[in-house]
Design a protein around this ligand. Sequence first.
Ligand code: SF4
Length: 365
Amino acid sequence: MRKVSFPRMGESYRTFKMLLNDLGNEVVLPPRPSRRTLNLGVQYSPEFACFPLKIVMGNYLEVVEQGANVLVTSGGVGPCRAGLYAELHRKTLHRMGYPVDIIVFEPPRLHPFNFIRNVHRLNPGRLSIKAVIACIKRAWRKLQALDNLEKLTHIIRPEERERGATTKVYKKVLEWVDGAYAMDEIIEAETAAVEEMNKIPRDTERLVLDVGIVGEIYVLLEPASNLEIEEALGNLGVRVERSMFLTGWTRDNTWKETTEGMTVKDAARHYLPELIGGHGRDSIGHTILYAKRGFDGVIQLAPFTCIPEIVARTILNKVSADHNIPVLTFFLDEQTGKAGMITRLEAFVDLMRRKKLQSAGLKPA
Ligand code: SF4
């Protein structure tokens, strides 16, 4: 019996589950990455593999234990290890006695035939092209709704009157979007969810800091991999703006690059004119754009041993000095602890708050 699964990245699994079901697949849902996921991944991955490779390895082992035998993932372009992930995972799983098939989606903009062939392989129901397009459109709309709600949590959380209220309501409304199927149901669920979230009591007088989050895609999108840093920042009175969401990344890699994507590249050009793989150049470009928009600081999230982000980190020292914006980097791996992260965040927030008050001619409390 054919059972399909995929690596978990934030809430996007809700969309992929719907799409794969629509195409006639039985889906095994990937669990939220946990300590067990990480332990499995670390145990069966090369020691110096990137952190996302290890978590995804653990996630794969959890789903193959539940019977998944087809795994769907994305490929990678540029000079870093991302393009080798799928092959390494496949070989490891085969060696462990799991003869899985891994379907790798390369960016359709660059590999249109790979996209068509893979959609065909994932369409055992043999839906017509028109029906497949309709399924993709609905899935896309659901993905947009999920991203929009997550962005809203970033705005509301630093002002919530009752600690944890945003997270509680967000968890509830996610289920509304999850249960919506037809296009109008998805739109209706999103509207109701936004209304519900806007009812959360807020203190709009509070001094809130604006911080941009840049870095490698996996650790940006999967909260379990970054120890829920955005929630922690929200609780410290910080409004975060994450530089990457799955809808934005997909848009840039599917049809054609958006003006937004090009603006980021242009901004980074002076410091880094070359593509160095991963999202290193984006981290630099976004940091400059955040500085120009008057943000109070930037946090870079980088998997331990991620070459593009290590290169970006060295350049960000200069960007930080040139554009007068504080930048804090977290290199994440299986050893990273939440308590240590919170301590560093508190110190960073304190520094930004003092700077903000001083530039407004006010005394820090
Ligand atoms: S971007 Fe970084 S973490 Fe991702 S595959 Fe490349 S080197 Fe590894």
